[in-house]
Design a protein around this ligand. Sequence first.
Ligand SMILES: Cc1cc2nc3c(=O)[nH]c(=O)nc-3n(C[C@H](O)[C@H](O)[C@H](O)COP(=O)(O)OP(=O)(O)OC[C@H]3O[C@@H](n4cnc5c(N)ncnc54)[C@H](O)[C@@H]3O)c2cc1C
Length: 405
Amino acid sequence: MAEFSLDLNEDQQQIQKWVHDFAEQVVRPVGPEWDQKEETPWPVIEEAAKIGLYSWEFVAQCFSDPTGLLFPVVSEELCWGDAGIALSIFGSTLGAAGIAGNGTPEQIAEWVPQCFGTPDDIHLASFAVTEPGAGSDVSSLRTNAKKDGDDWVINGQKTFITNGGLLDRPNVHVVVASVDPELGSRGHASFVVPPGTPGLTGGKKEKKMGIRASHTGEVLLDDVRVPSACLLGGEEKLEGRLARAREGKSSKVQAAMSTFETTRPVVGAQALGIARAAYEFSLDYAKEREQFGRRIIENQGIAFKLADMKMELDAARLLVWRAAWMGATKKPFENGEGSMSKLKAGEVAVWVTEQAIQILGGYGYIRDFPVEQWHRDSKIYTLFEGTSEIQRLVVSRAISGMHIE
Ligand SMILES: Cc1cc2nc3c(=O)[nH]c(=O)nc-3n(C[C@H](O)[C@H](O)[C@H](O)COP(=O)(O)OP(=O)(O)OC[C@H]3O[C@@H](n4cnc5c(N)ncnc54)[C@H](O)[C@@H]3O)c2cc1C
């Protein structure tokens, strides 16, 4: 039996260093520029594709790490460089995870590579659940898919979708739609909408507070016709699931929720990357900046803040690693550990980046210094992939076994 250890193995350490070097040399220097431009940083994605960092092979390697730690580790490193750019690089993973989580082996083999393309022909992917009237309440989706001969026809409007409707490059949209509105979230199914499918267009591109290099937009679906091979999991599985739901029997997973469960610790790790960047920067600053004839870290008021920042960061990372390990080793999340990890990491990131601004004083508020951007970037982590309130709902339901409203 293996001894308990929190050491990363040699492979993990090497990959961590490889991603860190890319984050330090390629991503961080251009982070503020793309934050200002609010555009997808194609040149950086191209660089990432050239070295194999933006590729389905790398994502598959991360997902198949038996300890579960590799993906959180590389996510933390890339977000340490710049979270908006990191999301542009890893945004396609959400679509790929939707396919991997719900698709048949044939669908996974066909579509996951197409979510990334090749260095000469970069593709992207998106995972579209949220709608104007269905955010936290996923059960109220209005986008619907109806069977028509051998095809499915999808109509609806998705909002706030990472990479959604971005049609500069071939974009694989994974769309969650209702196939039986009476069943709420149990009547949902996920569909691949292949690049170039008529009827899918991009709507409003959002202007955001943070992670501004990452595209967030509307996806409009107007009589989008896809073959039945694009129904993830296949017809038979869907029919069985719907029949069980109609009989009132419980089904193990809901299409959208199963994707979010596997990605939550990774999203928490992204938040950690931002928080670590802010902690490191403010620690260095506090050791240099002098006021009242001494370095500001020599005041307990500042030193204790930094001690708490480091402690919270490490506590959050332990929760993220635990959840990632539990996911990889198929331990049941009996206490909502996946949600717990993302909740803690997101809230720590917002708090740590705010403390960093405080430590820099007025300079923390000025764009010449990176901490104000880190604070803006961190806030999304208490909102997307389930708000902090929704994570608390998941945890409180799990620990109580009761239906908390
Ligand atoms: C930058 C960005 C990128 C995104 N990317 C994607 C993406 O790729 N794909 C995708 O599908 N979606 C995406 N989203 C959508 C995101 O997941 C939703 O915004 C989020 O789930 C919250 O939904 P909402 O905005 O409608 O808020 P609402 O659900 O309207 O919530 C408003 C407030 O009410 C609280 N609340 C709601 N219900 C309860 C309750 N039962 N108990 C307590 N409090 C409650 C919430 O916590 C929140 O504070 C993205 C959003 C943003 C901003």
